[in-house]
Design a protein around this ligand. Sequence first.
Ligand code: 13P
Ligand code: SF4
Length: 301
Amino acid sequence: MKNSMTDEIIALKNKHKAIILAHNYQVPEVQDLGDFCGDSLELAIKAAETSAEVIVFCGVDFMAETAKLLSPDKKVLLPVRGATCPMSEMITPPELLDFKKDYPGAAVVSYANTTADVKAESDICCTSANAVRIVNSLSEEEIIFTPDRNLARHVALQTSKKIIPWNGFCPIHEAITASDLKEAKKRYPGALVMVHPECRPEVQDLGDFVVSTGQMFGVVEKSDSKGFIVGTESGIIYSLSKRFPTKEFFPIKESVVCPNMKKVRPENVLDSLRTLSPEINIPEEVSRKASRALRRMLEVG
Ligand code: 13P
Ligand code: SF4
């Protein structure tokens, strides 16, 4: 990246009292621009706590919406319009309301990977880092879990509650198969396997750790192992390698790339800071209800 671009980004950031938050799946040049890089829970916490006046969110739309819901008085910018998460489009409020009718006593736990409208119809949100904790914190015994069926199954294995999953999934993680992972294990014998809970059940079952992107850092930190097979979007390999330069990280396969997460480039960050757009705005009634579900999540932690 040209230094003049970085210099201008830094100058505009200072001028507007802005902070750049970047998800672990962003391209390396954007991760390097971030004041903070992390998983969706860590980024939500940063967005809620920051004293910055502008948040430039390098990720996909539901993450920027989460930042806006938690910091409604701040300007939240998503540098590329249309960076969306297909999983978050697999459930709509009318579908959820209809589904709820069959389970009148159930609580609704919605993954952060949902639209603000769906969060507004949910009792509480979760991310892949705290989903088990969130479910176990509830008094209800029946839990409608939306939209990720694979994360729902990961939770179901670790709770006594009845989990009623929505049938959504992440197309990127779903494309990792058990045979891909078996091949990778043969290629990198002795490496520890970390997989994301958005992976298929049979892939999760072959992993040594089923963890969020942020939790992968904790696993590596505590482990003596030198090599790690990583079952999630490829961007995390850069963040892990940067933080642990003496360790080796191997993707299960090279093609695990989320095109939406790769849309943001440094040029877009610069444009966004120059024009203070595209801005995230959420209708007041939706915002009131959705932020309640998110704040309830943050109270549990
Ligand atoms: P993390 O919560 O592990 O960051 O994963 C969220 C996600 O699905 C981003 O696509
Ligand atoms: Fe959505 Fe999957 Fe991309 Fe995450 S990796 S943003 S869940 S499509």
